[in-house]
Design a protein around this ligand. Structure first.
Ligand SMILES: Cc1cc2nc3c(=O)[nH]c(=O)nc-3n(C[C@H](O)[C@H](O)[C@H](O)COP(=O)(O)OP(=O)(O)OC[C@H]3O[C@@H](n4cnc5c(N)ncnc54)[C@H](O)[C@@H]3O)c2cc1C
Length: 436
């Protein structure tokens, strides 16, 4: 009977070290280099100089890029261990760079490791795993994200070369990435799930043009953001640029997006914990109308509701991670979608209460709650909108059920069944009365 909520003591020691390291060495970076400095922008020499010695410590401890399996050059920790690690790393945006687990590089490394040729691995994977370069994933288009059937970015062959043409939107880190994984339609005559191909495109390739660097909600509008609106102007690529097999892009994308989604959910546990900690600290410190906030029943409700939501969410994330480790693709997909939906909902509820308990300070830009609140809408959209993930969950739940024999009645309450049960009990009663 294995149904255990404890952590292996050896691994707990690693988590304890990570916890102290993130609190003492990494979180303070965010106090000085605020939201307007992208932690992943490798062009920033000052922050890169700060991050490198920290990365060296992580590598020395064997905690670098733990998302890959040993056959792919990683630690093989599996998703449950990664979930426990990400609960700590999520406390600071800088932590995923220091531990080599930042999106979209994690997912990109995974697909290159699975589908790349030996040359592609040498050129892209190894430097990516070493933290020497940043990558980008370019799938969403300006007019279509969750409906790939509307994708227009095309690639076709000219001799042995490929020509890539079209626009992509929200290609995170495109501007400072060394290379971009681009999904393009290569066979428009078949459904998109069979007619799209992935290409490895060096950022410096002639014809790759950033039309705009889109910023996120809450970012200053007069400064460039880090999500590229990219135009591929008949970009010429050689045959080696194809990643995996032509036509298999969607199959490959599932592999990368699954990991990405669950890692976001894992880090959301950390965001929620941070908001709850702040709510508790504030309510134990602030007096209004003769008592501490922590003594007011409505604030106690906020704290209790937040604790219960967070605990439920955390267990669901760990359960989803466990299903991934069991290697059951259907269950994994369902639970990953479930935690993806829950991440946005739970983060919204807990951060909203934390902001409320902080009053005017909570509405200011002077606490981490400001950026946590701005993260809420992103969680419901990135890696696919919540509505689409709900459909995935519902379809899987429905697979375990069948329609009632008579649409007027639930199967258990069919009149014939009730009649039969009544007859059976009447006979039993008659017999037992007769035996008295
Ligand atoms: C912070 C962030 C980072 C991102 N990074 C990347 C990246 O690196 N690379 C990349 O390629 N993309 C990236 N994206 C894009 C992201 O994947 C898309 O925004 C997402 O898939 C939704 O696509 P869309 O924006 O075109 O919305 P649409 O597809 O237009 O959907 C808009 C809304 O319509 C509703 N909707 C859509 N479909 C359904 C449905 N079936 N049922 C009910 N309602 C529905 C939902 O409310 C949805 O939010 C990023 C997005 C964000 C916010």
């Amino acid at each position: 009977m294995a149904w255990d909520f404890s952590t292996d003591p050896d691994f707990q020691k690693k988590l304890d070290w990570m916890d102290t390291f993130v609190r003492e060495e990494i979180e303070p970076i965010g106090l000085v280099w605020d939201k307007s400095t992208d932690p992943f922008d490798v062009r920033n020499k000052t922050t890169s100089a700060l991050v490198k010695p920290l990365q060296a410590q992580v590598k020395q401890r064997g905690l670098w890029a733990c998302h890959l399996t040993p056959d792919l050059g990683g630690q093989g920790y599996g998703q449950v261990k990664l979930a426990l690690m990400n609960e700590i790393l999520g406390r600071s945006q800088w932590a995923s760079r220091v531990f080599g687990t930042q999106a979209p590089d994690t997912g990109n490394a995974e697909i290159i490791a699975h589908y790349g040729t030996a040359e592609q691995k040498t050129q892209y994977l190894q430097p990516l795993l070493n933290g020497e370069m940043v990558s980008c994933y370019s799938m969403t288009e300006p007019h279509a994200g969750s409906d790939p059937g509307q994708f227009r970015c095309r690639a076709w062959q000219e001799g042995s070369d490929w020509i890539l043409d079209g626009e992509k939107y929200y290609s995170s880190h495109a501007d400072f990435a060394e290379f971009i994984i681009v999904m393009a339609i290569t066979d428009p005559d078949v459904p998109v799930h069979r007619g799209a191909t992935m290409f490895l495109v060096p950022r410096a390739t002639p014809g790759v043009e950033i039309l705009r660097n889109v910023g996120l909600i809450g970012d200053p509008t007069d400064e460039p953001g880090s999500h590229g609106w990219v135009r591929y102007n008949k970009v010429r690529l050689n045959a080696d640029a194809v990643l995996g097999e032509p036509g298999k892009a969607f199959e490959m994308a599932q592999k990368r997006l699954g990991g990405g989604r669950i890692h976001h959910a894992m880090r959301t546990v950390a965001y929620c914990k941070k908001a709850l900690d702040m709510m508790c600290e504030r309510s134990l410190s602030r007096q209004t109308q003769g008592s501490l906030l922590s003594e007011k029943q409505s604030v106690q409700n906020y704290i209790a509701d937040s604790f219960m939501q967070l605990e439920q969410f955390r267990l669901l994330v760990l359960y989803a991670a466990w299903w991934c480790d069991q290697g059951d693709p259907r269950k994994s997909r369902m639970y990953i979608s479930a935690v993806k939906v829950q991440a946005a909902e739970v983060l919204h509820d807990i951060v909203r209460r934390a902001v409320q308990v902080h009053g005017g300070l909570g509405c200011s830009n002077e606490t981490p709650l400001a950026s946590l609140w701005m993260t809420v809408p992103l969680m419901g959209v990135m890696d696919g909108p919540s509505e689409v993930h709900r459909v995935t969950v519902a379809k899987q739940v429905l697979r375990g059920h069948k329609a009632s024999d008579d649409p007027l009645w639930p199967n258990e309450w069919l009149p014939a069944k009730r009649e039969a049960a009544r007859d059976k009990f009447a006979r039993q009663l008659e017999n037992s009365v007769g035996n008295l």
